[in-house]
Design a protein around this ligand. Structure first.
Ligand code: GDP
Length: 456
């Protein structure tokens, strides 16, 4: 298999600009077969990152577009290898012909994430930064984008490195004492070890405490839309996502299964589940839907309780209210504000301090929802500067590091032998190394890069 990889880096479909990327040995030579500069300098001789204007050629050497190209030689490139980029118009036909031409001249199709994987293997990025690349590409809120940009720049790497370095010092000290007992090395000072372990534990605990917020930024807050049939749950979901995701009908029980959609509300990403209306039913399919809606409400971190402001509360409404009260966070949405209102808002307000009056059908009043969601789920400063754990892989590794440190800490108090303490410290180091990728297993890295799109 050729080591020179190529791919279209821009999204599929027609657009203003389309970019082809190459990385690996001979990147400039192959790119030069497909790009003919208008000026005298060829791509092979061009200085790094100097844009040349010229023609893009198909594999027979016929002109198919005009555009720009540059080379960026390793190690000062994204992947750390020799790379080249050709930028043409965003025409799927042109891009596919040009890519075919690159293949004819020795490149092969890049796999998903292969450019970033090479950057990782060549030490240009650590694993948290590589994950930040994919999070940045998929960011659905401004805060998520800022947070990923911060991680790409190294916020999480630096926080992990600080804990890691402290433990390396400690481990080195253990080794010195254990391996060279005859040398004149400072004997173990319990207090020093205690302090070092405590500092590391403070660090891992603080990181673990960020996980909920980090996950919230990248995957969204699990949110259930709850209410009896026909109060307007599907209409609300459609209004929030901005398109008709759910069917809206006048027949109660239309949403039999749960429908899921993402929406950014108040700058917070919500993972909305439109549940089947809560009511007892003889219909088997609907009964399953009702059971699922109860489960969704119980798993949710936010419940959007929907009531029909134009109708008196029914036993089913009361059941929904009872379920909503148990949720970790709830916003009561009194819908159909365009109709004559019969509900006692004051009484409802006592149960639900977060109460808003909307008309999902007319899309009015929904603007009050954003600030409530933002208050309930603050994204922090969205923080470029703040290190957050954003996925289960990172969280699990930091948790394992913490467990080993805690064991070492307890062992110290119980007077266990230093070599056992050392083994706990080394396990903690290995777990922390997994977060940044210094000690991570190949199968895990492969899984991470498979999540990327081709061309990144
Ligand atoms: P669901 O069963 O709770 O999902 O309710 P739907 O969203 O399917 O809506 C049930 C009915 O209520 C439909 O006929 C909607 O057009 C209507 N509806 C929804 N929102 C409003 C609203 O704000 N005002 C009025 N007047 N009708 C609404």
């Amino acid at each position: 298999m050729s080591d020179l990889i190529a791919a279209v880096a821009t999204a599929p479909g027609a657009g203003g600009v389309g970019i082809l990327r190459l990385s690996g040995p001979g990147a400039a030579r192959t790119a030069a077969q497909v790009f003919r500069p208008a000026g005298k300098i060829s791509l092979m001789e061009a200085p790094d990152r100097k844009l040349l204007y010229g023609s893009i050629l198909d594999k027979e050497g016929r002109v198919i577009d005009t555009g720009l190209a540059f080379v960026s030689r390793g190690p000062h490139s994204y992947t750390g290898e020799d790379t080249a980029e050709i930028q043409g118009h965003g025409s799927p036909m042109v891009l596919s012909l040009a890519l075919e031409a690159l293949f004819a001249h020795g490149a092969r199709q890049a796999l998903a994430g292969e450019f970033t994987k090479r950057a990782f293997l060549n030490g240009k990025l650590d694993l948290t930064q590589a994950e930040a690349v994919i999070d940045l590409i998929h960011a659905e809120t401004p805060a998520a984008a800022r947070q990923a940009a911060g991680r790409l720049e190294g916020t999480l790497s630096r926080t992990i490195a600080a804990i890691y370095d402290g433990l390396v010092d400690l481990s080195a000290h253990f080794h010195a004492v254990l391996d060279y007992p005859d040398e004149d090395i400072d004997p173990f000072r319990e207090e020093t070890i205690r302090t070092a372990l405590d500092e590391a534990l403070v660090g891992t605990d603080a990181l673990l405490a960020t996980y909920d917020r980090g996950r919230q930024l990248t995957t969204g807050v699990p949110t259930a839309i709850l209410g009896r049939p026909n109060v307007g749950k599907s209409s609300l979901l459609n209004a929030l996502v901005g398109y008709d995701r759910a069917i809206v009908t006048q027949i109660p029980g239309t949403t039999r299964d749960t429908i899921e959609a993402k929406a950014s509300v108040g700058g917070v990403l919500l993972n909305l589940t439109d549940t089947a209306g809560l009511r007892e039913t003889g219909d088997e399919a609907e009964r399953l839907g009702v059971a699922r809606s109860r489960a969704a409400a119980q798993e949710a971190r936010l419940v959007l309780l929907v009531l029909d402001g134009g109708a008196a509360l029914t036993p089913e409404d009361r059941e929904a209210i009872a379920l909503a009260k148990e949720a970790p966070a709830c916003i009561c949405i009194v819908n159909k504000s365009d109709l004559d209102q019969v509900l006692d808002l004051e009484a409802l307000g006592r149960d639900f301090p977060n109460l808003c009056l909307v008309s999902a059908k007319n899309q009015s009043g929904l603007e009050t929802l954003g600030p409530m969601v933002a208050r309930l789920f603050p994204t922090g400063d969205g923080g470029e500067g703040e290190a957050l754990l954003t996925n289960a892989r990172q969280m699990e590794a930091v948790q394992r590091a913490g467990e080993n440190l805690r064991r070492a800490r307890e062992g110290l108090e119980l007077g266990v032998p230093p070599d056992l303490l050392l083994s706990d410290v080394e396990n903690a180091l290995e777990a922390l190394g997994e977060v940044t990728g210094t000690t991570v297993r190949e199968d895990i890295t492969s899984r991470i890069f498979q999540r990327f799109c081709v061309g990144k």
